[in-house]
Design a protein around this ligand. Sequence first.
Ligand code: UD1
Length: 498
Amino acid sequence: MRRTDFREFTSRKSIQSARGPRKIEDFVGTGIIETTFSKIKPCRSFCRCKRPHCTKNHHTILPGRMRNLDKFVIRGNKPLCGEVTVSGAKNAIVAIIPATIMVDGLCRIENVPQVSDVIIQLEILQQMGARVRSVNPSTVEIDCRGMRNARTPEDLMRRLRASYYLIGALLGRYHRAEVAMPGGCNFGGIRPIDQHVKGFEALGASVSIKNGFVYAEASEGLKGAHVYLDVVSVGATMNIMLAASLAQGQTIIENAAKEPHIVDLANFLNAMGADISGAGTDVIKIRGVRRLKGGVYSVIPDQIEAGTYMAAVMAAGGSVTVRNVIPKHLECITAKLIEMGAQVEELDDAVRVTRAQPLNKISLKTLPYPGFPTDMQPQLGAALCLAEGTSVITEGVWENRYRYVEELRRMGAKIQVDGKVAIIEGVSELTGAKVRACDLRAGAAMVIAGLAAHGVTEVEEISYIERGYENLVEKLQGLGADISRVTVIEDDAIPMAR
Ligand code: UD1
């Protein structure tokens, strides 16, 4: 196995393009989601995307068994300044796209982030018979009326955690679902779905898990029920809400999760004709309706993307206005940044974060919303490596979310982990190193550390990061960061011995 830096190969036709995924329309309907393109017939010399009039090189074209292993290269220790605009919320859209399966009409969805999780989901729906049209880079139309299939494509499904929303949506529409077990980021072993199953069973479905698939069937239809969740689960709350929207009678979810994306899914479903109240509190009532009609909906801004840029300012210093946010959703993050010594100014749909002084140590515990989000823990952990004194993080949601710590240690961070607790002893500087993104938010933490570090940081396995951050490189460049995306080729076809 050989790794090759793309820049060595600029003259080779077969790897002409070094651009990564950019636009939904570049991918929708092409069948190209993989980074290996060997089976796809070319429409032009260098582009194999199968679009009839394609003139662009959309993505890396790799011959044979080569694989795309792009990385970010960051020259750090530069403060961030300027404005950045946040995209639509990834964790909302990955539930809204499956929800369109239940809609008997055309859904036009705005503020859609161009991230790989979305591209994969749209491809899944298309493979199942939906019509998907990209109106502009952030607006997509989905029409699932022609869909005739309750079975989902296995290979694509395994690459998503949010694949489980297909179960609720398919149960709602067809009263049956056959869905590959969710993939997504690994936070310590297989991520459980027992609370989802509990909810579906309460609604009258029988659910079994065999050979890596979840089979759910409600031969007599779904009936409203009372569901008490044993753990506060975002996914289970949203999944039960999906299935219950088209069930007969009323469903009550108690001990429901309250995250902004739960309210957003409820708002989307209500805009399509559902009858859901209480979303955003711990008791949600869903009165089942016969039919959901089409309509237009705009996704909320991404709380975690906004928080990531705010954490980047904490680590690298500077002053940044983060636009297209709902400041209320950021309060749990803002409170901690102020404790760390930042100035945070709330504007109508923006926040301005300024870090002019050294960072203070803090204690932090992640909790379900409105607590501090677990999805911001690695990013703030990276910033706290540079605080004065010793900070303590307690992970209150996932069993194991400290795989990124080992990578930060390569950059000079001093962190000890004991179970769910991480003790971070602040250092005066981090130094650039080769690190990898262990998962989506861990990858964001590596980028943040790289922006603050002296020297060059290379972040590998960036496909994790591109699952959830739209145009990360361009947005950071707009803030003055020295970051670029470099294509690396791994050639499996050439044996090591040569
Ligand atoms: C969602 C987010 C993820 C975030 C998490 C917590 C999406 C696509 N992903 O994941 O980024 O980190 O919320 O905010 O929105 N649990 C069970 N049984 C279940 C389900 C969950 O025990 O059936 C446990 C999990 O192991 C975890 C906790 O509940 O400890 C929270 O998980 P959950 O809120 O369900 O996370 P996800 O919906 O998977």
